[in-house]
Design a protein around this ligand. Structure first.
Ligand code: TTP
Ligand code: MN
Ligand code: MN
Ligand code: MN
Length: 371
């Protein structure tokens, strides 16, 4: 079982993966503010940017797991990553929460939201293929609008990212995600009738909308998933506006991977899908389709439960379950599998439930991983 230290009062635990974090919670006014600070810290790219961003995200995750609305500073007592008696880094979270509780808003957050820097970084980072370092370079060169960067040297992702900027920044609805999923399923059935297509990412957690569609492709027989992706892409070539295929490195044993919490070694395709819109939503001057970001990930069946867990998110949940696993269980967990840190002994699991069980974690269904 988790160490005593990791279990704090009020039922909110230290590791977000131990908590029940539903999509809808009681403290969004506070968590929205903390996540603006998180994003701003991340945009600044200065020293400690990552750990500062993480401190805000941890505070936010705590509030999301609180089974009641926080209305007073007193009730922050003992909350992990917020109560300053537990951690010095929590101070900034507490200060901002206190401001909002007492004055209704935080000057610091308002200043950030209204700043040229934050607004421009959000605009530029909304371009697919543009991360904070490129966005900041452009900001520092004086660029402020999408028009300013049209004539800059862009890579392939960024070029299409800019071309489909509006569509790609319009949320993907659950219906649209299901449509894409059905199209991919149909094509997979034609290739091999037992191929399995699973909608993961935010939609698996129950989000009504998302920024992309994440699909795992697997086959109940080990090895039968090989060579499937090029066939899927060939059959869908008229449905794609753009594809960026990533090869599998071949060394998918967890021992050799998992350096970063989001990079894995699966054969995959990051694409822009051209989804035809139903007639009812068409009007005269609108194009009859929508560009949608789609990720296709091919997963060998022995790694399926780990890939399912890894691609269901949230990113913070994944970071936390890996931190818990490493610190509390001396086990390395990746989207490919898990193994003990000392003896490199691989630990098998057939389902997500089994992974949680073997890690002595209470099972959290996807809808409770919204931290
Ligand atoms: P995202 O699609 O980025 O996020 P999301 O589906 O949670 O939210 P949204 O609705 O905005 O799309 O990532 C989904 C999960 O996939 C996330 O937990 C991280 C994981 N992931 C990997 O494991 N490897 C990768 O290479 C990438 C890009 C993501
Ligand atoms: Mn981006
Ligand atoms: Mn997604
Ligand atoms: Mn994705």
């Amino acid at each position: 079982p988790p160490t005593k230290k990791s279990r704090l009062s009020k039922g909110v635990n230290m590791y977000a993966c131990q908590n029940c974090t539903p999509l809808h919670h009681f403290n969004s006014r506070l968590t929205d503010a903390l996540e603006i600070l998180e994003q701003h810290a991340f945009f600044r790219l200065d020293q400690n940017a990552e750990s500062r961003a993480l401190a805000f995200r941890r505070g936010s995750a705590t509030l999301k797991a609180c089974p009641h609305k926080i209305t007073s500073v007193d009730s922050l007592k003992n909350l992990p990553y917020i109560d300053t008696s537990n951690s010095s880094k929590a101070g900034h979270c507490k200060k901002v929460i206190t401001e909002i509780l007492e004055e209704g808003f935080s000057d610091e957050v308002e200043d950030i939201v209204n700043s040229d820097f934050y607004k421009t970084m959000k605009l530029f980072c909304g371009i697919w293929g543009v991360g904070p370092s490129t966005a900041k370079k452009w900001f520092d060169s004086g660029h402020r609008h999408l028009n300013d960067i049209k004539n800059l040297k862009l890579n392939k992702d960024q070029t299409v990212g800019l071309e489909y900027y509006e569509d790609l920044n319009t949320p993907v609805s659950k219906d649209e995600a299901l449509c894409v999923s059905e199209i991919v399923k149909t094509v997979c059935m034609e290739i091999k009738k037992d191929l399995l297509v699973t909608l993961v990412g935010g939609f698996r957690r129950g989000k009504p909308a998302g920024h992309d569609v994440d699909l795992l492709i697997s086959h109940p027989t080990q090895g039968e998933e090989k060579h499937v992706l090029p066939k899927v892409m060939e059959k869908l070539k008229d449905n794609f506006l753009y594809t960026d295929k990533k090869m599998s490195s071949g060394t998918t044993h967890p021992q050799y991977t998992g350096k970063s919490s989001t990079m894995d070694q699966f054969e995959k395709c990051f694409s822009i899908f051209k989804l035809d819109l139903p007639k009812s939503t068409k009007n005269g001057n609108e194009k009859p389709w929508k560009a949608i970001r789609v990720d296709l990930i091919v997963v060998p069946t022995d790694q399926y439960p780990f890939a399912l867990l890894g691609w269901t998110g949230t990113k913070h949940f994944e970071r936390e379950i890996r931190r818990y696993t490493k610190t509390e269980k001396k086990v390395v967990l990746t989207s490919h599998g898990m193994y003990t840190t000392d003896t490199k002994q691989s630990i098998e699991a057939k389902t997500e439930e089994e992974i949680f069980k073997k890690l002595d974690l209470e099972f959290r269904p996807p809808s409770e991983r919204c931290c």
